[in-house]
Design a protein around this ligand. Structure first.
Ligand code: ADP
Length: 286
């Protein structure tokens, strides 16, 4: 009877837009204790927008866009979009380099220019007024990047990505089921905490390098089975390592390939539905 019940279960879920790829997933779901979420594009809409430019707006956007044109990070798209709206002219850059978890660098007029977070600013002085501005923006759930050239910061860009409409309800459903919820992100601690607070996430693990996401999932597995929900190229290893990998249907191909469950409708509330449905199906075939 096992295969039939399995197919009925997965057939019904498929109609709801929840694709369950194999029986192993159904088995693991029963013991899941923790649900871990990627932030950008999973909890948030994934379409960040520039909200503030501090400094000489034109100069800051010109330099930043010169560098970010070559980047595929969602933050980069937000900056390029804002520059296009402002009809900014972009300087020529060479020696472009993306630095994992930090930002981007390139040569502009023979000098080293940069856009990124504070980890990129090894030898750069930031005065206390600017530090305070950064903290204030981060507490408003805005990601702040520093823009500079020749070891000097010329300005800041704050970028906001808002939670999906259903994220809060989705998290509440999981917590009501007794599950612990965790957000895993490369973004700054203050920004991550602000977003976690908006949607009711229990725990935040911030400043995580893409290559370290899977290791964090492994540590969380020490206290029980873990479901990981994500959408990006970065998330593929974590989706694979997790006991239950849940990919957003809007995600990158590699994320979708790595997930045991795919949420076609991109509705985070389907995480809870998928868990409930898998449990039902599993208990029927047990
Ligand atoms: P995530 O996808 O979880 O945000 P990333 O490792 O891509 O993780 O980014 C982590 C942080 O590194 C960003 O929040 C930002 O501060 C910085 N960063 C990464 N890429 C860029 C970029 N192209 N421009 C500016 N900052 C960047």
């Amino acid at each position: 009877a096992t295969p039939t019940a399995l197919m009925v279960g997965t057939g019904r879920s498929a109609k709801m837009g929840i694709l369950i790829k194999n029986g192993e997933v159904l088995e693991a779901v029963n013991d899941v204790k923790t649900v871990v979420f990627d932030k950008t594009g999973t909890i948030t809409v994934g379409k960040p927008e520039v909200t503030n430019v501090i400094g000489d707006e034109k100069a800051v956007l010109e330099l930043a866009t010169g560098l970010e044109q070559s980047s595929e990070q969602p933050l980069a798209s937000a900056i390029v979009k804002r520059a296009e709206e402002n009809k900014i002219s972009v300087p020529a850059v060479s020696n472009f380099q993306a630095i994992e978890g930090k930002g981007v660098e390139a040569k502009v007029n023979g000098q080293k220019a940069f856009v990124g977070n504070d980890k990129l600013l090894e030898d750069v002085e930031i005065d206390s007024e600017m530090k305070q501005q950064v903290t204030t923006l981060q507490e408003e759930a805005k990601t702040v990047v520093f823009v500079g050239i020749d070891n000097k910061v010329i300005g800041l860009i704050a970028i906001q990505d808002t939670p999906k409409e259903t994220s809060k309800e989705a998290i509440a459903d999981l917590k009501a089921r007794g599950l612990k919820t965790v957000m895993l992100t490369g973004d700054n601690q203050l920004v991550a905490e602000a977003i976690a607070k908006q949607v009711g996430i229990d725990e935040v693990i911030a400043d995580v390098l893409p290559s370290d996401k899977a290791d964090h999932v492994k540590s969380l597995q020490e206290s029980g089975k873990v479901a990981f929900v994500g959408d990006g190229i970065n998330d593929a290893p974590a989706l694979t390592v997790a006991d239950v990998g849940i990919a957003m249907g809007s995600g990158t191909d590699i994320a979708i390939e790595s997930g045991g469950i795919v949420l076609v409708k991109n509705d985070l509330r389907d995480v809870d539905k998928a868990l409930a449905l898998s449990k039902k199906t599993f208990n029927r075939i047990k």
